[in-house]
Design a protein around this ligand. Structure first.
Ligand code: ZN
Length: 469
């Protein structure tokens, strides 16, 4: 028996294939799962989530969630007929995934062999990013990148452009066409990179300011992130301009990297000898605060974790990238104990998958590698499937201060949700039939599923159709 509902309810297939992209259905049926709160590290945190095995989501005419509940309740309350409902019975509907760290200009160098961070940047990332001086090229890669996100069930992402203003413009224009909620920015980088990729404090400021004033909360569902690549590639003057921008505009974000690699940390120490630590370089420039998202944080100290928590800043844990570049194992337990806002990122193109399901799986393994099972009294928490799905939905929305809009399926939120197919592959289907609990089923998705399990993606209530395919 299918754990998500009756096979006899699978009546929507014909309706779905003919569903135009402009159509917002009145109701969507399937198993519904979403969080109300942080599940912590409990194995069965029932009060933190809602699950309707046979549920219906009601949408408003403009694609927001109007109501949610059991199919029986919703049908009687709204007098729904068969024609009102897009039927995904037998599948699991969850909020769209949120990827909090990725670089779209690096799409073409995913799986580039053989180096660790600094050499990898010099050998692969910098030459690839140079091509984004050409807006036509940037537009083509933006289209590919956004459709890969959506194919993988990611409906919101925090995205790095290249140093070129046109790279951010192209990305925003393509996201606007899709009505996709993204946050992005052009990289600020005025030293320690090839001459052809450098801006200046002045151009970084004027280009970022112009992008903010054109796009941030102005067009589509776009927001802007001030984007110094990392401390080593920005001068003091440039970090000061980042500070001015971060404090000048409401709701702007700050995205950058911190403590990814030991050589990088030593380098930053040499460049900023008066700062107490790597994170303190950013803090000394007023860049650690709400809406600042720091990728990696693998080698952070106790004081740095505390500073992040005190400032309401977030860490994007990027396991596939950390393993691929051999950067190290993120200390998930330490971050949880310090109450740091925690999210997950793919970090394309050092990361090796666009899939947040694959990212959750690798995060689980990274946490497992550091768990101490020798002593029951000292046993550290594993990454539960509930926590992993939380970090990819409501937890990320909270870290981005967007929980009033996305990350859950409560009434009033934007209708960004995805449909997971438990029968996407023979192995997944076989394993699902052996599961007994919701936790088992979420864990099977997280460990065994990938883009093949993303059966449908809805953006503001409209089903996305892949025009890139
Ligand atoms: Zn990165």
């Amino acid at each position: 028996m299918n754990p998500y509902g009756s096979e006899s309810d699978l009546t929507g297939a014909a309706t779905l294939t003919s569903c135009p992209t402009s159509f917002i259905p009145k109701a969507v049926r399937g198993s519904l799962f979403f969080f109300l709160d942080d599940p912590g590290t409990d194995n069965d945190p029932v009060s933190s989530y809602r699950y309707y095995e046979d549920g219906i989501l009601i949408l408003t005419d403009d694609g927001h969630i109007a109501d949610i509940g059991s199919a029986t309740d919703m049908q009687s309350r709204y007098g729904l007929t068969h024609r009102d409902i897009i039927d995904h019975s037998g599948k699991l509907i969850v909020p769209g995934f949120i990827d909090t760290h990725t670089h779209y200009p690096q799409s073409g160098i995913i799986a580039a062999y053989g180096y660790q961070l600094i050499e990898w940047l010099e050998k692969y990332a910098f030459p690839a990013e140079a091509e984004f001086i050409d807006k036509h090229y940037a537009r083509t890669i933006s289209r590919f990148f956004l459709s890969e996100l959506l194919r993988n069930g990611t409906t919101t992402a925090l995205i790095f452009g290249s140093v070129h203003k046109v790279s951010a413009e192209a990305l925003f224009e393509e996201a606007e066409k899709l009505n996709m909620r993204i946050i992005g920015g052009k990289i600020m980088m005025d030293r320690n990179a090839p001459q052809y990729l450098l801006d200046t404090p002045e151009t970084a400021y004027s280009d970022s300011k112009a992008l903010i004033e054109t796009w941030h909360n102005k067009r589509g569902r776009i927001r802007y992130a001030i984007t110094p690549r990392f401390a080593a590639t920005s001068s003091n003057e440039q970090l000061q301009t980042a500070q001015r921008l971060y404090h000048a505009y409401d709701d702007v974000y700050l995205q950058t990297h911190v403590s990814e690699n030991q050589h990088e940390i030593a380098w930053v120490k040499r460049l900023f000898p008066s700062s107490k630590s790597y994170l303190n370089v950013y803090n000394d420039f007023g860049l650690v605060g709400p809406r600042s998202i720091f990728a990696h944080g693998i080698h952070l100290t106790d004081d740095e974790f505390k500073l992040l928590a005190d400032k309401n800043a977030a860490i994007a844990f990027c396991p596939t990238s950390n393993l691929f570049l051999g950067s190290g194992l993120f200390n998930f337990n330490h971050a949880c104990l310090a109450s740091v806002r925690l999210t997950l990122g793919t970090d394309i193109g050092a990361g090796t998958s666009f899939s947040m399901l694959k990212t959750m799986a690798e995060a689980y393994k990274v946490v497992q590698l550091q768990s101490n099972f020798a002593s029951a009294s000292k046993k550290k928490a594993a990454l539960t499937p509930f926590k992993a799905f939380y970090m990819t939905t409501l937890g990320a929305a909270r870290a981005l201060f967007l929980e009033d809009k996305i990350g859950t399926l409560q009434p009033g939120k934007e209708g960004d949700f995805i449909v997971l197919n438990p029968d996407a592959t023979p192995l997944l289907s076989f394993r699902m039939k052996k599961t007994l609990t919701l936790a088992d089923r979420l864990f099977a998705f997280m460990m065994l599923a990938d883009d093949r399990a993303i059966n449908a993606v809805y953006l503001m209530g409209k089903r996305w159709q892949n025009s890139e395919a």
